[in-house]
Design a protein around this ligand. Structure first.
Ligand code: C2E
Ligand code: MG
Ligand code: MG
Ligand code: MG
Length: 292
């Protein structure tokens, strides 16, 4: 009967919710030990330069291998880490690992390879951040211009005066600063001009439909024009198809990142990839496809 169906549906939702809540509680209680237990690891996703076809850098993306829940994506546990303060330790660990890893790749004859690290809102607001980043650079011996810090548009726009001060102290270290997920927040263009930033990263949500949706295409072109007008480099994230790559290349995007070139991979896989350089071959194919 309808009533029974309704009750079954209701029961189904309840147990679903209970499971979600149980998982949430499990994550909250075990995140504190994740670092010490060696459950966190970092995958690296290459970024490709359009004009040279070379891997310009890699982005560090943290993962959590939970003993019961399996692979937990950062979108699920970073907000918890922000809430309970674990992000300070996790963030520093990612930064140290990523800088040390970049040095290893550089010694493997990739002297210019850059590494990007994401900063959460709480890390960005931490008054000792620049001091800590400087310390990690000294400890690992990574050249500051080989470290890029990604801060989301919504984070930098939260309190723009404080953001300018924080960005300036990071900039004084000589690191590269980029605004992540650009286009999804509410940027004041006059603020953008005052930020000592180097890169805008076009959010994946625009890129995914760029070849089918004329609005997304228009927004993407506008972001590229805005970035270049402000003398910033522009990177597209979430590039999954050759068509998207060709659109971005034709419209002057500087770098791209996405499954079309590579998913985030473990350090050894990345080293193999850079040695074999399939990414560069992909780029040649893209350039060949674009030629008249
Ligand atoms: P993000 O910084 O914007 O990173 C890009 C996300 O898009 C990554 O998801 C990446 O795996 C995914 N991605 C890349 N290319 C493609 C593509 O072609 N198609 C699709 N569908 N997705 C693609 P991931 O690794 O799950 O990370 C999600 C977010 O979690 C990141 O977004 C970043 O905001 C945050 N995050 C990751 N690692 C860290 C970290 O170490 N610290 C902090 N604070 N946040 C992190
Ligand atoms: Mg990012
Ligand atoms: Mg992003
Ligand atoms: Mg994004």
């Amino acid at each position: 009967s309808v009533k029974k169906d309704a009750r079954n549906t209701y029961r189904f939702h309840t147990s679903d919710m209970e499971r979600g809540l149980r998982e949430q509680l499990m994550m909250e209680s075990s995140l504190h030990h994740a670092l010490d237990n060696g459950e966190l690891m970092i995958h690296y996703q290459p970024k490709v330069n359009f004009s040279t076809g070379a891997v310009a850098g890699v982005e560090a993306l943290v993962r959590w291998n939970h003993p019961v829940l399996g692979q937990v994506p950062p979108a699920s546990f970073i907000p918890i880490a922000e809430e309970n303060g674990c992000i300070d330790a996790i963030g520093m660990w990612v930064l140290e690992q990523a800088c040390a890893q970049a040095r290893k790749w550089q010694e493997l004859s990739l002297p210019l390879l850059c590494v990007s690290v994401n900063l959460s809102a709480r890390q960005f607001q931490q008054p000792r951040l620049a001091e800590q980043v400087g310390q990690v650079l000294r400890d690992t011996g990574l050249v500051p211009s080989c470290l890029e810090l990604e801060i989301t548009e919504s984070t930098v726009m939260q309190d723009t005066e404080a953001a300018i001060t924080a960005l300036q102290s990071l900039k004084r270290l000589g690191v590269v600063l980029s605004v992540d997920d650009f286009g999804t927040g509410y940027s004041s263009l006059s603020c953008l001009k005052r930020f000592p930033i180097d890169v805008l990263k076009i959010d994946r949500s625009f890129v995914s439909d760029v070849t089918h949706d004329t609005n997304d295409a228009a927004i993407t072109r506008a972001i590229i024009a805005l970035a270049h007008g402000l003398d910033l480099a522009v990177v597209a994230e979430g590039v999954e198809t050759l068509e998207q790559a060709l659109f971005l290349q034709a419209n002057g995007c500087d770098e791209m990142q996405g499954y079309y070139f590579s998913r985030p991979v473990l350090p050894d896989e990345l080293a193999d990839m850079l040695r074999a350089d399939p990414v560069a071959r992909n780029m040649d194919a893209a350039a060949g496809g674009a030629a008249p």
